[in-house]
Design a protein around this ligand. Sequence first.
Ligand code: BJ8
Length: 429
Amino acid sequence: MSEKYVEMWKSIGMDIEKHNILLNALGQFYTSIYLSQKNRPKKMDYFDFVVSEIHGLRIKELNDQRAEGKKVIGAFCIYAPEELAYAADASMVGLCGGADFSVPDAEAVLPRNLCPLIKSFYGFKLNGTCPYFQTSDLVVGETTCDGKKKVYELLGELIPTYVLEVPHKPDTQRGKEFWFKELEAFKAKVEELTGNKITAEKLKEAIELINNKRKALKRLSDLRANSPSPISGLDALLIYQISFNDDPKRFTTKVNDLCDELEERVRNGVGVAAKDAPRLMISGCPMAIPNWKVHSIAQATGATVVAEESCVGTRYFSELVEPKGDSVNDLLWAIVEKYSQIPCACFTPNDRRIKNVTDLAKQFKAEGVIYYTLQNCHDYNVEAVKVERALKAENLSMLKIETDYAMGDAAQIQTRMEAFLEIIAGKKA
Ligand code: BJ8
């Protein structure tokens, strides 16, 4: 891919030399983790292609759109209301933040004992190796956790950054009213950025576009409840990750095509792991691309990952925006209702998530839950206490893994997972 796009990368201010190192490493990583999997669905071809062009063709598409006057908005959180971006003919893309590669650059500025996701994204902007950052006209952050909130102040020195104030009790009437006002302000910001008015008609279309994407992802997710699961956890995770970067309409079509194939597999009893492979659910912090660490370790132990209770997972697509009227206000309220159901550990109380974890574990017939928390993420780390209690009450075992993006602890995590699988096997016997 490199040669073809060098001029484009230069034109958006990327560090070509450093970026080449990143691309080479990613290519090798992808080949060893993804392409080595056996019996993958044929329709994964498209998603392999997307990954191979994730810094190339997709960036070209976005830059071609920009040349026509359209805007690109970068985001980090599923609280960023993408419906409003698309209603103004802009695109919303996920920004890089899932690799250890950029962490040393960030640590030259930021404290080391900070969440790796935050260090990673800040480092990617500092070192100029994320083409999505370089293509964004605006970054939208949000006041979820303290680390992100403070780093957005620094990020704002490098790229225009707008911070949404997110209510920390989003499920209350006051929280919803507050969020409605924030959405109105963000709508005005997007209109100012794009020069386009967000009409009811445009907003309705955008809601449908994103609802369709969420429906396709939920269809894929639900298929994994079958035994055997027709797709590997790694492949499903990859698709969830790509959902933040690909063109939403094309992506939805491709996910539905894949689901047709998976339904066929289910009818024929075709799976990817051994029939008796232990079924694991992952719950916790989001895994931004190319964070495949825990899934690849789980698969190496012989387990099959069947669900992710995560923002790169069920929290993104479980609910739809369901308008009860046709005015802009009605549509904004529908967005409020949908987003206030996202059970992020940054909020309190977060009973919805505790219930979701146990419900999902049952729905997906998970025999154990891997609780995944990034180092220095206090919200997910502390919430593990309540999640574990709830799972215990359902006689479900949980293994908590607190880690970063580096692979230094991979062998230790694998040993702990193997011991966990023995406990699960002991319960079955
Ligand atoms: S809605 S989970 S995507 S904030 S950055 S909280 S890992 S210390 S990402 Fe998130 Fe939105 Fe919530 Fe979902 Fe912890 Fe790190 Fe903070 Fe993080």
